[in-house]
Design a protein around this ligand. Structure first.
Ligand code: HPA
Length: 268
């Protein structure tokens, strides 16, 4: 049975309003969901790890949760497949097509990233205003037809960014924004690469999100994306960058996301 049919079998003809992808260490954001129906990616054809016993990156989930956040029907993808795992930049495509087919109009993407902007320190959030596809890989390579020529101007919805900034300000914290540079990973960047990224106009660096945005925009989804800053870029600070640190500091960011996301959902 297709992923869509498996989901429809359980949830009926509910229309999803929005979907969200959770980044490293941000699994607590799923706690805001009520009336949850849970599906393992391993049971959903086309989803990351379909048919496998276990998959993924530590700190990332591998379930699709469908439930309510306030008055909105929301689908949460608790983890993503990164390009660095199997070299597939389009690994999340079927999942995004499925949430789109379930009715989602908006996609909220979260991730962990390194800051290249001294004004934005670990533990803070940085919205994406744009991205640089430095990984050089595009999830639409091989796609046929004219829809592959996706316009990425204002890919990160300007109105949603304004709303999010207002909500954060009401909650008492400032929400920064900047240009995210997608680096393939899984190694972190060299100090020279970070200097180059700054020179190219990037404000943050991470290993995900940009390919998802490209697919989402092709599908016509409105996109909002935000990083939890877990570290400064390599060489910017005397600290050892590691995945353990990413997961630890992401928990601090998660507390801010937990306040912001339900209000942002409400405002959609
Ligand atoms: N670089 C790339 N990806 C990341 C980083 C980083 O410094 N921190 C968290 N994810």
């Amino acid at each position: 049975m297709s992923a869509l049919n498996i989901i429809r079998d359980k949830i009926g003809d509910v229309q999803i309003d929005a979907a969200m992808v959770l980044g490293s260490g941000l699994s607590s954001l799923a706690d805001a969901l009520t009336d949850v129906t849970q599906f393992a990616y391993t049971d959903l054809e086309g989803f990351p790890g379909f048919g496998q016993k276990n998959n993924g990156v530590s700190g990332h989930g591998s379930d699709l949760l469908i439930g309510k956040m306030g008055a909105k029907s929301v689908a949460i993808l608790t983890g993503r497949e990164h390009y660095y795992e199997h070299g597939n930049a389009a690994a999340i495509r079927a999942a995004l097509e499925t949430i789109h087919a379930l009715g989602a109009k908006t996609l909220l993407l979260t991730n962990s990233a390194g800051s290249l902007d001294e004004r934005v320190q670990p533990g803070e959030l940085m919205m994406l205003s744009d991205h640089i596809n430095y990984a050089g890989m595009n999830p639409l390579i091989g796609e046929a037809g004219d829809k592959r020529f996706v316009n990425l101007v204002d890919a990160y919805d300007p109105e949603l960014r304004i709303k999010a900034r207002q909500i954060a300000s009401n909650l008492g914290f400032s929400l920064n924004e900047g240009v995210y540079l997608w680096y393939s990973g899984p190694s972190f960047e060299t100090v020279a690469e970070i200097r180059m990224a700054i020179g190219m106009g990037a404000h943050s660096v991470g290993m995900s999100t940009a390919p998802e945005v490209i697919i989402a925009r092709m599908l016509g989804l409105k996109v909002w994306a935000c990083s939890g800053i877990t570290n400064m870029g390599a060489g910017m600070k005397h600290e050892e960058i590691s995945h353990a640190q990413t997961k630890r500091v992401a928990k601090i960011c998660a507390e801010k996301f937990e306040k912001l996301i339900p209000s942002l959902m409400e405002a959609l």
